[in-house]
Design a protein around this ligand. Structure first.
Ligand SMILES: O=C(O)CCC(=O)C(=O)O
Length: 482
């Protein structure tokens, strides 16, 4: 239970911790689950991020993994934790959200923010409130931030502006470039900010006006804070990982994603939350505002399919570099998205995408159920890996090309012109890729497609070392980088 001193600390400062709450087995199960169902992804700038998948939303995201993974749901339904949350928020509680915040070495800060009713760091849709509180109650949305690794000033612990929960700071829409957004420093959260918008929001908040408190924490401990307190986390300047997971709780009187009742299931980040549900972790729901379940509603076939999908995504099975790999790709698409609606990619500029597109189209007309069944059968026949091995998701080419620099130059010009939807004549080979406004994701895509065309694996960081068409094609033709 929280002591009176801890409750007063929370009321006064907006947060309390570090707290020792959990038995170590619950923490170990949650941490193992995250490590098993994640993979390292190398970003264009060479930075590594931990990638996760939400099997209920069918989305690459670190968010709401508790909807599928029981060890995560168990952590946030732990009785000793719930008792403490009850002391602040009352008896009736819904767990409506979880998110993993993993900062690998080199990852950036999360800037000052508070959240009451909007859950967006972008400027996507300001009209849509994620949470609508009962007008007769004090609004409450508590975050429980659980450290799964030690967190300190070097690897990115949390800092709070004490007392700032008493005030709501105006959001300043479109006030800063997207790459400076609140969550921009931690690219695993790019689904939130790194969309096509040019700008992001900031808050009308001056940290010098508030007493700031930094909270180093040991693995296994937790901090409870209200989302109304201004908080941030430091960049990871160490060579240690900083893994944390959060859960958020509201009262059942709060409407979560109320727009779903108008048949609108796209949330403010552009994610389809049709299958989202809240868990009633204590007390009762007298309101009926929200979709409440004790677990996900995937049927047996869907569950088996998602289990196989995880074996593929998280490299637990050996996938031969042949047609089976393409079939696995195509059947996943057919099962989740149905018939291919994508337009035919240019086979020269996007050879890998073209082969994938063609394979997907071969399954046109197949029902989702049949595609899931075939997928399960295909993956079921693959041999299991003994240990977690690093991935190579490339579809390897069988031959390598010896291209001249002018051939590579021509390819790059055509690629950029297509991507930017401009005429080839408008491309200046001495202008930097950055000056064309290429995002890091687009850069990775370009180097990936170029790798496929050349039949050689290229490091995405090349685009930074050789920052324009002229120098990149010259170097590649010299074969020094291949
Ligand atoms: O874990 C972090 O680095 C930041 C977490 C955070 O900002 C939040 O939970 O709102």
């Amino acid at each position: 239970m929280l002591t009176l001193k801890e409750i007063n600390h929370f009321q006064e400062k907006g947060w309390v911790g570090p707290l020792d709450i959990f038995e170590s087995s619950k923490l170990t199960d949650a941490k193992n689950c995250l490590e098993t169902y994640s993979r390292l992804i190398v970003e264009a700038d060479g930075q590594e991020i931990m990638g996760f998948y939400n099997n209920v939303f069918n989305l690459e995201t670190p968010r709401d993994l508790h909807l599928f993974h029981q060890p995560i749901a168990n952590l946030f339904q732990d009785l000793d934790l719930v008792k403490r949350v009850q002391q602040i928020a009352g008896n009736d509680l819904l767990l409506w959200y979880t998110n993993v915040f993993c900062k690998l070495p080199g990852q950036g800060e999360i800037k000052w923010h508070q959240a009451k009713e909007y859950y967006t760091s972008s400027d996507i849709d300001y009209q849509k409130k994620t949470l609508v509180y009962d007008a007769n109650e004090d609004s409450i949305n508590l975050t429980v931030w659980v450290a799964l690794d030690d967190a300190d000033l070097e690897n990115g612990c949390m800092q709070f502006a004490n007392g700032s929960h008493q005030k709501i700071f105006p959001m300043l829409p479109a006030s800063i470039p997207a790459k400076e957004g609140v969550f921009a420093g931690i690219s695993a959260h790019k689904t939130v900010w790194q969309r096509e918008q040019k700008y992001s929001l900031s808050y009308d908040f001056n940290e010098n006006d508030w007493p700031l408190e930094t909270v180093p924490i040991k693995a296994g401990q937790a901090i409870i804070f209200t989302e109304k307190v201004m908080h941030r986390s430091f960049p990871n300047r160490s060579n240690r990982r900083r893994l944390a997971i959060i859960g958020r709780y509201v009262r059942p009187s709060t409407q979560v994603y109320p727009y779903r009742w108008q048949g609108n299931f796209i949330d403010e980040n552009g994610h389809n939350i049709q299958r989202h549900y809240c868990l009633l972790v204590s007390g009762e729901d007298k309101y009926g505002h929200n979709l409440i379940r004790q677990g996900h509603d995937l049927n047996d076939l869907e569950l088996q399919f998602q289990t196989c999908l995880n074996q593929v995504k998280f490299e637990q099975v050996e996938i031969p570099e042949d047609k089976q790999k393409l079939d696995i790709y195509a059947l996943e698409k057919q099962a989740i998205e149905g018939d291919c609606q994508e337009s035919e990619p240019n086979p020269i500029l996007h050879p890998r995408k073209y082969i994938q597109w063609s394979t997907w189209n071969q399954y046109r007309g197949m029902s989702n159920q049949e595609a899931m069944e075939e997928y399960i059968q295909l993956v079921g026949n693959l041999s299991r890996k003994n240990s977690h091995q690093s991935s190579n998701n490339e579809i390897k080419s069988t031959s390598t090309r010896a291209n001249t620099s002018s051939e590579i130059e021509t390819w790059l010009i055509a690629y950029l012109a297509e991507l930017l939807e401009i005429d080839e004549e408008e491309i200046d080979i001495t202008s930097s890729f950055q000056s064309y406004g290429l995002s890091s994701a687009e850069g990775v895509g370009m180097i990936g497609d170029l790798s496929d065309w050349l039949g050689n694996h290229l490091n995405p960081a090349l685009m930074y070392e050789y920052p324009n068409i002229d120098t990149l094609s010259e170097k590649l033709a010299q074969k020094k980088l291949i």
